[in-house]
Design a protein around this ligand. Sequence first.
Ligand SMILES: [Zn+2]
Length: 494
Amino acid sequence: MKKFVKFGVVFGVLLLMLIGGVSLTACAGKVDEKRNHYTLNVVYDEVNMTLLGEERVIYVNTSENAFDKLYFHLYPNAFREGAKASVVSGSKKDEAYYNGLSYGCIEIRAVSIEGYDVCYEIEGEDKNILAITLQEALYPDEFITINISFSAEMPQIHHRFGVGENTINVGNFYPIACVYEDGVGFSKDLYHANGDPFYSECADYIVTIDCSDAFQVASTGMVKGSHIKNGRLITTVFAENVRDFCFVLSEKFEVATQTFEGVAVNYYGYKGDKDIEKNLQVAIKALKTFNQLFGVYPYTTLSVVKANFIHGGMEYPNIVLISDKVSEQDFEYVIVHEIAHQWWYGVVGNNQYIHAWMDEGLAEYSALLFYKINTEYGEDFDKMIDSARKSYRLYVKVFTKVNGGADGVMDKPICEYATEPEYVECTYTKGVLLMDAIKNSIGEKNFLKALKLYYNQFKFKLAAPEDFIASFIKVSSGDMEGFINSWLYDKVVV
Ligand SMILES: [Zn+2]
């Protein structure tokens, strides 16, 4: 592909800089490559539970407008004492904060462009946005190199960003560029306990992680080098064209690896676990199934990591976390669901804050298709659809009784769902029922054809609901727009 060729050139330059210690002196210039590049050096201090980070971003203006300010999310500030955003719903608080309430944050120490310190402000209701004022406007197709020094305190919590009893989960830890949409502006949404409150574009990463050599590291991307010096494990990782970067540290990992169709699939369990090989094989089967159903996974690594986590699992590019609290019975299902997110969220991105049904509905339905095809796992597809319908109807019944009505709108910001069950029923459960209704309406062959088209067209990009709908319009003569919108905006009785 065209992008990959050009990407190779830019990535090669980055690589030279990293290896040769060459400093970047680029001023605003023009690049053909239309994605950002992050170089991150992160040191984890396990005694103080802090991260020290040096980030260099080559930011490309892919919009039609000139920018005089750039914005980055500061997700760790949602973990601050007194934060307005809640990182976990009230009912899960005690379990998540396993050692009592604990707080985290991110502090920006300096921002410079081309060697000069520049003005920046911490904005947002929850100090959740870093706003950098540019000395000169950044015009369309121009890029600029920004250096950001930061430190972050990690809370003791079983969450995406937290020090747990078994694993240290380092997700959403660095300033990441806010997505800009023409006509909308920069997306600066607050963290929320419901769902995955993230929205980002694919970028390239070179990350160096410095931690105690007592740890093993699981991460996004491919390890290009690792060595031990003075008791420190230094790992360098490259990741091309990924939507985010996450790593997990643990002293307890036991790893199994197998290469499948050019992808190194890793399963990180805990030492002594009996099911390490079994879980690795589930991951491989999921990769195989989704490769066939939707299109080939475009990366060279895929890691499934058992971790401390308050919910069932969490997806990041090339890496998924599966909670060690998930029962043996459900563990396989969560692996399959999270791996499906590599297609729906990872490769094909969407605004998870506003259109959560797009990635959650598809990931959940993909998991059901996995069981439909792989009958040896002993699950009945029709029964699973049936129980989804029963679950959604029960939600409607209970909410109607308690609240006088149940809002079945699927396409709305996650902050507008009053409760977690409402969010889950409207995005996951009704998402499954929507996908199944589309499949039944146009036939399985056309349904899968549309998803393949969708995957190919929006690979490494961001898709909106109308893009999803358009893929089905291409394979059907019916009124797919009216049909799908009636589900999204609660005009059908399920
Ligand atoms: Zn999910």
